[in-house]
Design a protein around this ligand. Sequence first.
Ligand code: CS2
Ligand code: MN
Length: 358
Amino acid sequence: MKMGFRWYGSADDSIPLQYIRQIPGVSHVVGALFDVPVGEVWPIEKIGALQAEIEAAGLRFEVVESVNVHDDIKIGRPERDRWIENYCQTIRHLSRFGIQVICYNFMPVFDWIRTDMRHELADGSFALALEAAVVEGSAEDVLRRVQDSTNGYLLPGWEPERLADIRALLEAYQDVDNARLTDNFRYFIQAIMPTCEKYNVRMAVHPDDPPRALFGLPRIVKNAADLRVIEGFHDSPYNGFTLCTGSLGENPENDVPAILREFAGRGKAPFVHARNIRHTGNGNFHESAHLSECGSLDMWEILRTLHDVGFDGYVRPDHGRDIWGERGRPGYGLYDRALGATYLNGLWEAIRKDAAHA
Ligand code: CS2
Ligand code: MN
């Protein structure tokens, strides 16, 4: 298990790389170019500069999150071939720097969705939360809620220029149902796989967050059955998953350890997001500290499952709370994610040594 930490680059992250370097057991940074518009080719010089900066801090850069997929590809417009060619060119460019994994998602319009970006927990910390009744309302309203409470940071997957005309974007998806989106996803995967295989870059799709349909938009990466369909597009280690325990666990019907056992067991999970959430009834949940007892997921069982199947891929703590007075990028402050990484590393050491002594 290679523990990493997501970072938004020196221009847009308040956390210095040196601080990340000082978190015990964190060896790599999960990064991206955030200033390249969705769909454009990532320039070699910029990738190189980012990697050089990360390596100068004593860390590695082997996982990219995310290279976002242009809406034309998801909608299946004729222009998609041009965006797919750009995507392949970005894969080639990333491969020059030894990038091993690209995390991405195939969610229409919105990346992850929460309705409260600063939900106060009993201990006075703040976490992201989702209230099911609120997402029954309009997409515009939820969009406004999210964009008004970002602590001044840009959010991943919430590019303001792309979401500026949200109504037009929603309309563009009007004829895209689950079946159509699945066809478009298959088309994308089959088009990029030869490049991934030739250049040795593994694709790892992130589950939908939350893993259910919202605002009438299709959602096709929600559960084990969906993942099997995606696997069937092209059965190869290069067509894999980012198994995000929090996102999958947001549906209590998803058996997260079973999903890890199945897909990591088949070598299809090059990347894992390990985080916890707490269900509070009526479809509501809030994010929690990583510790098992703070949420509804058993993080020991999750890591033990990964250990059992011989997982040796990349992991990162996922969203953290705002604690100790920090007001970080929502979900991406320093302190709680550092605690998460340390806790996960501690669990892993115990599981590993217990297994060696059994
Ligand atoms: C991330 C996503 O912050 C988050 O919720 O897990 O933004 C993630 O990067 C994308 O869905 C993957 O493309
Ligand atoms: Mn995640």
